[in-house]
Ligand binder design. Structure first.
Ligand code: ADP
Length: 601
């Protein structure tokens, strides 16, 4: 089975096998069709010949029957018996003549004659019956009462006729005979209607009657040879046409009737069958080969699809492997980058921290030296002043250290309901000095709604302070130093009212606090990194780059969001979005809307 299946997968072999099979089938169909068609045509011809023979034999018998009884009847007539009884005058007897002539005319005979027992003609009508005819073997010895003599005869003019004779008896004596000659031309004419060569032969194989078509064959040696009883031939050829001879005996007449059937219909039927079977075979072959081709194409296509699927699978596998390798590489690179970033941040931080701490330490050291000198000289007031400065510097260092602590670990302060108004007031109070220093004007615009948020008071205040100091730093910069915000607005001498705008409003369950300045805004690069720890654009001793990073994390801890954008009308705007404290959980804290201005001093 497997071997067959494997063989079937070889297209050329399958096509070859199919072709051979179809060829064998076609040959068998061709043989069967032509043989069958030949048989049918032969049978048809045989049947047609049988029919013709039967019909034409009938014609002969019926035509001759008309004259068969004429001699019998005449032999009993008195005029005839008188004649043969011996009177010499009687042959001219008008009564006899009239009987003979009338009978000849009425029966359609060629001639009627009366002969004596020796065959001499005693009386005749047309003279066609001669003594030779009367004496011919078939007609001369009719023996017994009513027995008919019969024979085909050849007339003196070469024509053929058929004769009947009947004995004239006086008592029991044979006194003479009546001979009647029947024409056979009418028979021949009737045969002509059959459209085929029809002819008859007598016992001597001589042609005694034939129709017009048979005349052409009469002198044919082949035909004559076929008629010989010993002949085995059944066909003759003439003018390129083949004919078969069919024969039937007409017993009462003693003739054999023949018909020549043209065999062309057999060849035609065979050719037709051959053509049809060849056409059919060709059609079958085309259809079968077409189907086989489609089938083989389908097999080829399936194989191709399977190969493609396998190739695709392999490609996908390879790509997946490449991709996972690339991913692996990427992860490694990322890790390296993170590591490098950490190191860079650490380096940055170390530089910033050492600067932040070294500067005050150097100052403390010189203030301490100074204080020692002043004390030596007894100048206590100056010494005290120096000690105060030392205290201030240590306070600053403590603040830096606290910032770092905040960054490093999460404070324990819990979230609670915090009023934004208190946060803003506190932050403004704590930055009042810086605000005054920068001579910036601040506008606070809060909506009348309750502004209670979920947060930690101190940390939220720290965030707001950080935003305010950043804003003051930005506005203190000479224009063009930090960034180039899309709608940058130059400070008009730093004294324009509302340099800093603080607004807050509530939308659904969220409260928004916006701190907007009129500084230069920030560049896209800064915007990308400003929330990263230790990222700063400020001079080394001015910022650690921790403010926004810490603020971001604080707001996130409260479940809120800290965002930054360049305001379309210039300057930076920082937004704090926080969850509103539920109204029923505490006193709504609604207070009249506050709009206050911290005037520049
Ligand atoms: P620092 O203030 O120590 O630089 P921050 O994290 O607070 O650290 O700020 C990071 C950076 O973000 C600043 O150095 C500055 O470049 C930018 N930035 C912050 N606030 C503003 C502002 N209001 N306008 C313009 N740039 C700002």
């Amino acid at each position: 089975m497997k071997r067959i299946a494997r063989l079937l997968r070889r297209p050329l072999l399958v096509q070859g096998l199919l072709f051979c099979l179809l060829l064998a089938l076609s040959a068998a169909a061709f043989w069967f069709a032509t043989t069958r068609a030949t048989r049918l045509a032969e049978t048809g011809i045989r049947d047609a010949a049988g029919e013709t023979l039967g019909l034409q034999a009938e014609t002969i018998v019926s035509q001759l029957d008309k004259q068969r009884f004429v001699p019998v009847v005449l032999a009993r007539r008195r005029e005839v018996t008188n004649l043969v009884s011996g009177s010499p005058l009687l042959p001219q007897d008008p009564a006899l003549r009239s009987v003979l002539e009338d009978t000849t005319w009425l029966s359609g005979s060629l001639d009627i004659a009366i002969a004596d027992p020796d065959g001499r003609i005693l009386a005749g009508v047309t003279g066609l019956i001669t003594e030779t005819i009367a004496d011919s073997p078939g007609l001369s010895v009719p023996t017994g009462q009513g027995r008919l003599g019969r024979s085909s005869v050849k007339l003196a003019n070469g024509k053929r006729a058929y004769g009947f004779s009947s004995s004239i008896r006086i008592g029991s004596r044979h006194a003479g005979s009546v001979i009647v000659l029947a024409p056979i031309e009418a028979i021949e004419r009737a045969w002509t209607l059959s459209g085929k060569p029809v002819f008859a032969t007598d016992s001597r194989q001589e042609i005694v009657a034939r129709d017009l078509q048979a005349i052409e064959f009469s002198n044919d040696e082949g035909l004559m040879a076929m008629l010989h009883p010993a002949s085995l031939a059944a066909e003759i050829e003439r003018d390129g046409e083949r004919y078969a001879l069919f024969t039937r005996a007409i017993n009462p007449v003693g003739w054999r009737l023949h018909v020549l059937e043209n065999l062309r219909p057999i060849a035609e039927a065979r050719n037709q069958a051959a053509l049809i079977s060849l056409l059919g075979a060709a059609l079958l072959m085309v259809a079968a080969m077409g189907l086989a081709n489609r089938w083989l194409n389908r097999i080829r296509q399936i194989r191709l699809e399977r190969a493609n699927a396998i190739r695709l699978e392999r490609t996908v596998r390879e790509r997946t492997r490449e991709l996972s390798l690339a991913n692996e590489r990427l992860r490694k690179t990322q890790q390296e980058l993170v590591q490098a970033g950490k190191l860079a941040a650490l380096g940055q931080m170390s530089a910033a921290l050492s600067h932040e701490f070294n500067q005050p330490l150097a100052a403390i050291r010189s203030y301490a030296d100074n204080a020692a000198q002043y004390l030596k000289r007894g100048r206590t007031t100056e010494a005290e002043d120096n000690v105060t400065r030392i205290a201030a510097l240590t306070a600053r260092m403590a603040a830096i250290s606290k910032d770092l602590q905040n960054f490093a670990r999460r404070p324990q302060e819990r979230t609670m309901a915090v009023d934004l108004r208190d946060v803003i007031d506190g932050a403004l109070e704590l930055t009042a000095g810086r605000i005054a220093e920068s001579r910036a004007s601040v506008v606070v615009d809060l909506s009348d709604e309750p502004l209670l948020v979920r947060a930690g008071m101190n940390r939220l205040q720290q965030v707001v302070i950080n935003l305010l100091t950043n804003a003051l730093d930005a506005m203190a910069q000479p224009a063009g130093e930090t960034g180039s915000g899309p709608a940058r607005k130059s400070r008009r001498g730093g004294k324009t009212p509302a340099d800093l705008e603080i607004t807050a409003h509530r939308r659904d369950e969220r409260i928004f606090l916006l701190v907007r300045d009129h500084g230069p805004g920030f560049t896209a690069e800064v915007a990308e990194k400003m929330f990263d720890p230790f990222y700063t654009t400020k001079a080394v001793n001015q910022g650690l780059g921790l403010g926004l990073s810490i603020s971001y994390n604080i707001i996130r801890d409260f479940g809120g969001k800290l965002t930054a954008r360049n305001h379309p009308d210039g300057g930076a705007e920082f937004g704090i979005e926080l969850e509103a404290w539920p109204a029923d959980a505490a006193d709504s804290g609604a207070r009249p809307g506050l709009r206050q201005t911290v005037a520049a001093q």
